[in-house]
Design a protein around this ligand. Structure first.
Ligand code: AMP
Length: 396
């Protein structure tokens, strides 16, 4: 994999697709600079290798045309502070003026282009627009993993105009390398924990992952569809009756592939979907009518302790329960702790694709696992085994 670390740019303009889709407050100040911060090593590597970074990104969902609240000019101060370099801002991402600005920039300076999505052609993957964008660089780098699953002009189509002159940024490279450590080079036992609300949104992941696993832990609301498929009583728990057969098939595949499946043994039930609800623990397949399982119970956690501490590779996607409610977050929190313990003992752990990332952040445990993915939807599609246009465009 060629990254920005491997290239001497020799004073050329390096057009980088970054993900600066950051939240702004009413005063148009950046309230969470994580994504900008994450890109700084890529920018530094380009500067060190004598390149002039020309950065392009989207911000929010403009209707098509300029909107002050969604201008990338709002992030320039933050970028200057974090990079320690002078940043020149181009008021459009295409056009003669912009190209001239990029050509007048000198080594050590950075150019930031205006929001790509002020032009509707960006999201449509329009080829002429991609060609116009390409005039702003001599080299193309993609470092926006969060949009790698979209075939937009700046994330994929543009790569056609940089044959032999393209590379991955360091955020993107880290995402690809880390997920490969799980999907392709996982040291056994490999364990995946898949949770969250719905089976329907996780089928492709389960289908792609199962044959690669030793253990599959199923938690969250989706577990109840599996438990019902096996004949259990799940009371008023979340269920997708259209997916009972699918759940059954996934269990059959797991058995064929010698994958051990762990469904919750017990659950913490509530008499309504509320943090204030009455609580009662029961076997997960013996839930009374009128009660719903909102978290996994203590027996389940005991069993998971054994499995997780023996695992050498762990992937976590989706919470074990309704972790947003303090009375039902314990299962998710304990699983996070077990993953942290396994990691401390030498396991490789990746948290990615969805609400388990939000959960681990809520618990302040991001640094206790090996890697937390930044790309929600993109990571989901990667785990589903799909080829991401943003990655393909660079590798080809
Ligand atoms: P997902 O985006 O599919 O990963 O689903 C995450 C959501 O699933 C979170 O908002 C959780 O509150 C929700 N969830 C997890 N467990 C349950 C459950 N047992 N019943 C209902 N919702 C759940």
């Amino acid at each position: 994999m060629t990254t920005v670390n491997d290239i001497d740019f020799k004073g050329q303009r390096v057009l980088v697709r970054v993900d600066f889709n950051v939240p702004l407050n009413k005063n148009l100040e950046v309230t969470d600079d994580t994504r900008i911060r994450a890109t700084i090593p890529t920018i530094r590597a380009i500067l060190k290798n004598r390149g002039i970074p020309v950065l392009m990104s989207h911000l929010g969902r403009p209707k098509g045309g300029y909107e002050k609240e969604l201008s990338l000019e709002n992030i320039v101060d933050t970028l200057e502070k974090l990079s320690g370099q002078t940043v020149f801002f181009a008021t459009d991402c295409i056009g003669k003026g912009t190209e001239e600005l990029t050509r007048s920039a000198k080594t050590g300076e950075i150019v930031m282009l205006e929001n790509l999505r002020f032009h509707t052609e960006e999201s449509k993957g329009n080829r002429e627009f991609a060609e116009k964008l390409s005039k702003n660089g001599d080299f193309y780098v993609n470092d926006a993993f969060g949009t790698a699953h979209r075939a937009h002009a700046s994330t994929a189509i543009i790569a056609d105009f940089f044959k032999g002159k393209k590379a991955f940024g360091l955020v993107m490279a880290a995402e690809i390398e880390n997920v490969s450590k799980v999907l392709h080079q996982g040291k056994p036992p490999v364990t995946a924990i898949v949770g969250g609300a719905k089976v329907s949104s996780k089928i492709s992941i389960l289908e792609n992952l199962t044959p690669r696993l030793d253990n599959l832990i199923i938690g969250g609301g989706m577990a109840f569809t599996f438990i019902k498929a096996k004949g259990g009583n799940i009371g008023s728990s979340l269920v997708e009756d259209d997916y009972l057969e699918t759940a059954q098939k996934i269990l059959e595949t797991a058995e064929k592939e010698n994958v051990k499946v762990f469904l919750p043994q017990d659950s913490v039930n509530a008499d309504s979907f509320s943090d204030e609800a009455e609580r009662k623990i029961s076997r997960a397949d013996h839930i009374e009518e009128g009660w719903m399982g909102l978290d996994v119970g203590p027996q389940t956690l005991n069993e998971l302790e054994e499995v997780l501490l023996e695992s050498k590779t762990i992937l976590w996607n989706g919470p074990m329960g309704v972790f947003e409610f303090s009375n039902f977050e314990r299962g998710t929190r304990e699983v996070a702790k077990l993953i942290a313990r396994a990691t401390e003992q030498g396991a490789f752990s990746l948290v990615g694709g969805g609400d388990s990332v939000a959960a681990i952040k809520k618990f302040g445990m991001e640094n206790e696992v090996s890697y937390v993915s930044t790309g929600g939807g993109a990571m989901l599609e990667y785990l589903e085994g799909k080829e991401l246009p943003g990655i393909k465009a660079i590798s080809q």
